[in-house]
Design a protein around this ligand. Structure first.
Ligand code: FDA
Length: 512
């Protein structure tokens, strides 16, 4: 167990000698001298941009086996002033759960994966290191008419996803993941285990959308399950320039947030070659309807006939199969596919986000499509809001993007090449498109979604200017009122800013 630095040595010593351990911790500590260190580190790196030889590596990884390991990690790291990064599923788009510029260790929670579903109470307790797929599968084992409104990618971890708000294709019916959380367990800065009652409503509010990382280590969440029909309907249709893509997209922007709450129609733009080999825009509409085909066709005929949805485009299946379908698993994949922790593909990626509050004109769409064709690579995904999202107050949770939003945009670019030069080139393309989109999206602030982590919108050096730096990205992720409340909670529960990262919630300066 050798590391180069005194703080790290002392930290390890402190862990081993900790008197409160309920099981030995030695087997859970990895340093670079362990041959399995790279494997443990890479097991949950979900963005290859941060798997380069030049990527800063942790000095230590603690793969906590029980609660006492988490508590000891927090206490010893605080005592020996070692930066801690908490990792659950490792899907942070900027790698913040396993990369830092200062010396650091990873508290890895992949062993915390128990899930207890009670259909009687219509609730579940789920630990942070579980994946969304595992949660969906455990629900499906007990009921074919219950589900949970969380993300569409089954390997995403509960810890980051739930604490950062979480959304999926049932959002218009049931709101965000955090709108359905009813309790939580959190290890605080003193190593104490708290639940909703003992942490109080302010801290509970903060860790349901404000990012757990600023406030403690989330051990588990208790959620309300939601009811889904025995059969739901899915469809995927595509339109290109030859098929009036601009008209269809324009109509989508007018209706997508006003459709029946049971209907979620995503709109994804990418650049493809047409039959003449010319670059053109394609819009794809992967969709979920919580009802049957007949009801869906009636809604579409009335509200969105421009899409031209046909009965033959639709497939009915149970909700669990729809989760697999939505993430493009081959038809007939068994439900147990959801248990796999290995992503189907791993790549280098960059994501950014925006909010659309006014329909974009046909002319505006034309400009955007032209620019996308010039840039070729970045894609845009529009996620429709409205429905339940517009009914919940923007102060109910730290996530403020509620009524008044038509859609959230995700900018996406994936690339296969290693190296900083390729990364810079591709990342720059997303930035160019983001700049170009300025007239079409929210302003003052230009809002952003925490779970679509983007360091371009501001970073914190956690020094003297921490509060001002934090305000820059804080008001984009949370808007002013919620950001202020998060700062207040942070200042109360972690005044020395132990729980921090490049975009954590700052404490209030003592002079204020
Ligand atoms: P990871 O372990 O990297 O953690 C993310 C952040 O949370 C880090 O800052 C980390 O330190 C902190 N953290 C993690 N566990 C914690 C804990 N127990 N206590 C305190 N802090 C903790 N989002 C969405 O809303 N809907 C979607 O459909 C998708 N789809 C999607 C697909 C793919 C392929 C990716 C890569 C990402 C998404 N996301 C998403 C974004 C996703 O919700 C976001 O990246 C989550 O933070 C990931 O959570 P993990 O636990 O996997 O990440």
């Amino acid at each position: 167990l050798a590391t180069s630095n005194d703080a790290e040595q002392n930290f390890i010593q402190c862990l081993i000698e900790s008197t409160e351990l309920t099981t030995p911790i030695t087997g859970a500590i990895y340093t670079p001298v362990n041959s399995s260190f790279p494997t443990v580190l890479q097991a949950y790196i979900r963005n290859l941009r941060f798997n380069e030889s030049t990527t800063p590596k942790p000095a230590i990884i603690v793969t906590a086996l029980d609660l006492s390991h988490v508590q000891a990690s927090v206490k010893c790291a605080k005592k020996h002033k070692l930066l801690m990064k908490t990792r659950s599923g490792g899907h942070d788009y900027e790698g913040l759960s396993y990369v830092a510029d200062d010396p650091f260790f990873i508290l890895d929670l992949f062993n915390f994966r128990s899930i207890n579903v009670s259909i009687e109470d219509e609730t579940a307790w789920v630990q942070s290191g579980a994946t969304l797929g595992e949660l969906y599968y455990r629900i499906s084992e007990k009921s074919s008419t219950h589900g949970f409104p969380a993300g569409v990618c089954p390997t995403v971890g509960v810890g980051g996803h739930f604490s950062g708000a979480g959304y999926g294709n049932m959002m218009r019916k049931y709101g965000l993941t955090v709108d359905n959380i009813i309790d939580a367990e959190l290890v605080d800065v003193n190593g104490k285990l708290l639940n909703r009652e003992s942490m109080g409503e302010d801290l509970f509010w903060a860790i349901t959308g404000g990012g757990g990382v600023s406030f403690g280590v989330v051990i588990s969440y208790k959620v309300n399950l939601v009811r889904v029909p025995a059969k739901v309907t899915v469809f995927q249709v595509r339109r290109t320039s030859e098929q009036n893509v601009t008209d269809v997209a324009h109509r989508w922007l007018r209706v997508a947030d006003k459709l029946d709450n049971n209907l979620f129609i995503r709109m994804v733009f990418d650049v493809v070659n047409n039959t003449n080999g010319e670059k053109t825009i394609r819009a794809s509409f992967p969709s979920l309807f919580l009802g049957n085909t007949t009801a869906l066709i009636n809604i579409m005929d009335e509200s969105f006939p421009e899409l031209g949805l046909q009965r033959s485009d639709c497939q009915e299946m149970n909700w669990t199969q729809s989760v697999l379908w939505y993430y493009n698993f081959p038809a007939g994949s068994p439900d147990s596919t959801l248990l796999s922790r290995i992503p189907r593909s791993l790549t280098h990626l960059k994501r950014k986000s925006d909010y659309v509050k006014k329909p974009i004109s046909k002319q505006g769409l034309g400009f955007i499509f032209k620019r996308m064709i010039e840039l070729e690579r970045p894609g845009l995904t529009f996620n429709p809001y409205g429905g339940r999202m517009a009914e919940i107050s923007e102060f109910a949770k730290p996530f403020p993007h509620r009524a008044g939003n038509i859609a959230k945009i995700q900018y996406a670019l994936d690339w296969p090449e290693n190296g900083v030069e390729a990364a810079n080139r591709y990342i720059n393309l997303t930035r160019v498109l983001f700049e170009y989109m300025t007239p079409f999206v929210s302003k003052f602030p230009r809002e952003a979604f925490l779970n679509y982590r983007d360091l371009d919108i501001g970073v914190n050096n956690n020094g003297k200017k921490s509060f001002l730096e934090g305000t820059v990205y804080g008001v984009k992720y949370f808007k002013k009122t919620n950001f202020r409340r998060l700062v207040k909670v942070k200042t109360m529960v972690d005044p020395d800013n132990f729980f921090r990262n490049e975009q954590s919630i700052p404490t209030l300066p003592s002079s204020w």
